[in-house]
Design a protein around this ligand. Structure first.
Ligand code: XMP
Length: 494
């Protein structure tokens, strides 16, 4: 296992992904986890991530007491990236100070010494890397050597092979570091002697054993679904997946709780709680009918849901900085009766799709764009029960998605949807003044939903869609397009 200790870098999750793509299983936990949480996992390699802090800050996050003794006495290899490198240097007796010249973005480094990190014959090699740091290591601890320097002369890579410590001041995990992936490969396979072999089939074996055929699906229509979604999903479950499924119509239950609520986090918490109430009631019902009450709730929670709902301690993203509470993680009530099983909790969406392919899940189902549990409630800004907002949004969304499918670009887009804005604008339709609703169209590309870029439609496509929407949906007289990436925006508007 390659264990990543997270110190809050926005790139930490990428390290996990890159390593998994090399067929090596990796997990990420908070960099301030207690020693037992680390030793229980028995990692053979530990990577300390980057982070926004300075090692000199009062609350600078660090590994727990006993960490260095543990890794050294158990032969664990340690790689520090950016803040992680500075942490190693400082905690082993070297000096880190505020850099004279800060280094952000594209930078060249030169390899000065043969080192396993760069393969053996890379001396004098220049590489383009991605830097993002203010502090720098100026004096290395005993036994450490500089392996590469930046074009500005600062330390870019260090090693102490005898004690199995390595460090990179730049970020090998971002694609802008041209040889970053190669460096991770050299480090894992040549330096640490890790063997590749983790595959999706292993995950499958492990996760399926536990559940077997004791699964009953519950599809909740919360009144926040898209056009004809209930019928379409039920059909896929019954006809294509052959899974036992019950549909619960809970429209009234959800919409009455959401009446008048405009705060996005409040909406998310209410929805998370209602879902659980429904599952609890369903379990009770099963007990009456069959004399046996289900004890577990299986959820399709993905890794990004966990990362975004629960910022790791020490990440600088304290609780008040939770980006958004995903309904199935941060939005869950504390007093749940059912115990949770989350077989996909450590996987990214593209990994789940790969798993689905092994299971012969129909391709069209696998490629469906993600749709958030809180549904249209986070796409109708403000009170979702106001007027006929949900109805209008459903019609607009259907026209947009159908046009995308007709244009043959559905699979090139990670996610596309419409948003209902809580404002009206003046228009002129059929020589009459209108004061009607405004809708926004959003389509993004992404690999895992953690970062995203807006999709660049052809001019004609946008022109056609806007016309179809204004002509086809009563109450809409203006269409705008969202052209922000994530960050600074998020994919959903709430
Ligand atoms: P954001 O808006 O955070 O979304 O950039 C990232 C991805 O997560 C989806 N999303 C959710 N999925 N429950 C879910 O099941 C939620 O509460 C939730 N919130 C956002 C979003 O659609 C995008 O794919």
């Amino acid at each position: 296992l390659v264990l990543i200790l997270d110190y809050g870098s926005q790139y930490t999750h990428l390290i996990t992904r890159r390593i998994r793509s090399l067929s090596v299983f990796s997990l990420c936990i908070s960099g301030t986890s207690p020693l037992k949480a680390i030793t229980d996992l028995k990692p053979n390699v530990i990577i300390l991530s980057g982070g926004p802090h300075s090692v000199h800050a009062d609350n600078a996050p660090s590994f727990p007491a006993g960490f260095l003794e543990y890794v050294e006495s158990n032969g664990v290899f340690v790689l520090g990236i950016c803040y992680g490198l500075q942490l190693i240097v400082q905690r082993l007796g070297g000096v880190v100070r505020v850099g004279e010249k800060q280094e952000y973005g594209r930078m060249e480094i030169e390899v000065e010494k043969a080192c396993g990190l760069f393969g053996s014959k890379k001396i004098g090699d220049r590489q383009v890397v991605w830097m993002s740091h203010g502090d720098e290591a100026v004096t290395l601890p005993d036994g450490f050597e500089v392996v590469a320097r930046s074009q500005q002369g600062s330390v870019a890579a260090v090693e102490n092979p005898a004690r199995r410590f390595y460090g990179l001041q730049y970020h090998p995990e971002v694609t802008h570091s041209a040889e970053g992936m190669e460096t991770l490969r050299y480090f894992l396979f040549d330096v640490c002697g890790v063997t590749a072999g983790w595959k999706m089939e292993d995950v499958l074996d492990e996760e399926i054993k536990a559940i077997g055929d004791r699964l009953h699906c519950v599809f909740v229509d919360n009144g926040l679904l898209r056009y004809k979604e209930r019928e379409r999903v039920m059909e896929t479950f019954e006809r294509d997946l052959h899974l036992p499924v019950t549909c619960v119509d809970a429209t009234e239950q959800f919409l009455s709780k959401l009446k008048g609520v405009v705060d996005p986090e409040m909406k998310r918490k209410i929805i998370g709680k209602e879902f659980i109430c429904i599952f609890d009631a369903f379990a009770q019902d099963m007990e009456h009918k069959f004399g046996k009450k289900p004890a577990y709730l299986v959820q399709g929670t993905l890794y990004p849901d966990v990362i975004e709902s629960c910022p790791p301690p020490g990440s600088g993203r304290t609780h008040s900085h939770t980006i958004k509470s995903h309904h199935n993680v941060g939005g869950l009530p504390k007093d749940m009766k059912l115990k949770l099983i989350e077989p996909l909790k450590l996987l990214f969406k593209d990994e789940v799709r790969a798993l689905g392919r092994i299971l012969d899940v129909p391709e069209a189902f696998l490629k469906r764009h993600p749709f958030p549990g809180p549904g249209l409630a986070v796409r109708v800004l403000g009170d979702v029960t106001e007027g006929n907002a949900l109805d209008i949004l459903r019609q607009v969304d259907e026209i947009f998605i159908q046009s995308i499918k007709d244009a043959g670009i559905y699979d090139s887009i990670w996610q596309a949807f419409a948003v209902f804005l809580p404002i009206r604008s003046v228009g002129v339709q059929g020589d009459q003044r209108t004061h009607s609703h405004v809708v926004a169209l959003r389509a993004v590309t992404s690999q895992d939903g953690m970062t995203a870029d807006w999709y660049n439609f052809e001019h004609k496509f946008l022109d056609d869609v806007a016309r179809k929407i204004c002509n086809g949906v009563r109450g809409v007289n203006r269409v705008v397009q969202d052209i922000t990436s994530k960050p600074p925006s998020t994919i959903e508007w709430e």
